[in-house]
Design a protein. Structure first.
Length: 451
């Protein structure tokens, strides 16, 4: 088990510059990123070591209530533990659905995180966090990163603009299926719904971007966050693989004996001007199809959480709320419950992962149908990433609006929820909308027909 940690205040510096000056140079590093202009929330950045026994994460107890106020609360909810990702395919197999293994990137990856910098954006404060016996050394090291960051002649955004993506960044991504084939798959989803085999199906596809020289994860992340900032962005690198994300969807948050999930179902592009933008948000809010899709997933998540929560404690805290991001409006709901005292991280993941927003309903039937339709693994896409604390708290986001980097290039997954009321052309356009910004961060464009 990881040792308890302590913290020491640091002088404020741009988190992007701090990451570039220190953790970005390590083989195993993380930056859970609240965004370039965040005025609330937390970011965490540091260097980790690969966890050789992921079972220790699954075995952590979740149900303990929050202890009395302590100095740890001053420097955020994450007090050391693990940072990493869980892929879709392994979880689908664990839930009893057929799945294809994607050997490109590990399906499950955790870094032990005991030395990191915690960033409080609402108060513009930073702390060096490490085991008490190491705190002096780590605070000195983090202060050195900060000094190097301050001394840098170019601000982070300028460095990002100058950094090459790859020696040979391709102009166009390749798609697993073309738009016409995806539209045909939508028809097959609707046929499954008509037959009563599913109520809703989250149909996805993949866009691949090969590269003769591996992409630089730091440069890719900076580009993505500059155009698609989100409260659960991040960069996690382990050796020659990495996840870069601008995820707007919190999957699971657990603390103080309470668990919350915030499924997103319903997307519209931002408008050309203020009036057009408000009209698109209003149309999303009023859409019968999008509201039905969202409510179906809310019901599914209520059922999932009830498997690990005390009876009569699962409730909908927010329903059909529009949240706006640089490229899109999203329809978001919130479901919460009080965890059973004996619940573990593994219990929660077994109950709720893969997320209903990325499968459809009923979940196992949906995953089985999608396995037959999608024609390949999802990999890390449609999985989750974030942190799990040694104290049993956790915060995991969905791997959407994300890029998975590997030695041969990168891939971007995208998809949408299909209901009986789906329009194929609108669903194809939604996939293109979701994939455009991650591909642009790689210097790539959508294949013909997807834009």
């Amino acid at each position: 088990m990881l040792p308890a940690v302590a913290a020491r205040p640091l002088a404020w510096v741009d988190p992007a510059a701090l990451f570039a000056a220190g953790p970005s140079r390590a083989a195993h590093a993380f930056w859970l990123d609240a965004g370039p202009d965040a005025t609330e929330g937390w970011s965490w950045l540091g260097v980790g070591e690969p966890e050789t026994d992921p079972a220790v994460v699954d075995a952590l107890a979740l149900g303990a209530p929050t202890p009395a106020a302590s100095p740890a609360g001053e420097w955020g909810p994450f007090h050391g533990g693990w940072v990493g990702w869980l892929g879709y395919d392994g979880a689908a197999a664990g839930a009893g659905a057929p799945a294809v293994t994607d050997a490109t990137v590990p399906d499950r990856m955790w870094l032990r995180a005991g030395r990191f910098v915690a960033v409080d954006h609402s108060r513009r404060r930073m702390w060096a966090v490490a085991p008490a016996s190491d705190l002096d050394d780590f605070a000195l090291q983090a202060s050195g990163w900060a000094a190097d960051a301050e001394a840098s002649a170019a601000p982070a955004h300028a460095v990002a603009s100058a950094a090459p993506l790859s020696d040979a960044a391709p102009a166009t991504a390749s798609a697993r299926v073309d738009p016409a084939a995806y539209a045909d798959l939508i028809g097959r989803c609707r046929a499954a719904i008509r037959a009563g085999d599913a109520y809703q199906l989250c149909l996805t596809t993949r866009f691949d971007v090969p590269a003769s020289t591996p992409f630089d994860p730091v440069a890719v992340h900076r580009r993505l966050r500059s155009t698609s900032s989100a409260h659960h962005g991040g960069l996690i690198r382990s050796g020659d693989v990495a996840l870069v994300s601008a995820s707007p969807e919190r999957f699971l948050e657990a603390a103080g004996g309470v668990v919350r999930t915030r499924p997103i179902k319903g997307t519209r592009p931002r408008g050309r001007n203020a009036a057009d933008d408000e009209a698109r948000a209003a149309e999303l809010r009023a859409s019968v199809k999008e509201r039905a899709e969202n409510v179906m997933i809310v019901d599914l998540m209520r059922n999932d959480l009830s498997r690990v929560c005390l009876p009569a404690t699962v409730a909908v805290d927010g329903l059909l709320e529009v949240e706006s991001y640089p490229a899109v409006h999203q329809l978001v709901s919130t479901v919460a419950g009080r965890l059973r005292p004996e619940a573990t991280v593994g219990d929660l993941l077994a109950a709720a992962f893969p997320a209903g927003s990325m499968t459809g309903a009923p979940k196992r039937s949906a995953m089985t149908i999608l396995h037959d339709l999608e024609g390949g693994p999802r990999g890390v896409f449609a999985g989750c990433f974030g942190w799990v604390g040694a104290d049993g708290a956790l915060d995991l986001a969905m791997v959407i609006r994300s890029i998975v980097l590997h030695p041969g290039g990168a891939y971007v997954g995208a998809g949408g929820g299909i209901t009986w009321g789906s329009d194929a052309s609108a669903e194809v356009a939604e996939v293109g909308l979701k994939a455009r910004a991650p591909l642009a961060a790689l210097g790539a464009t959508l294949p013909p027909g997807w834009s």
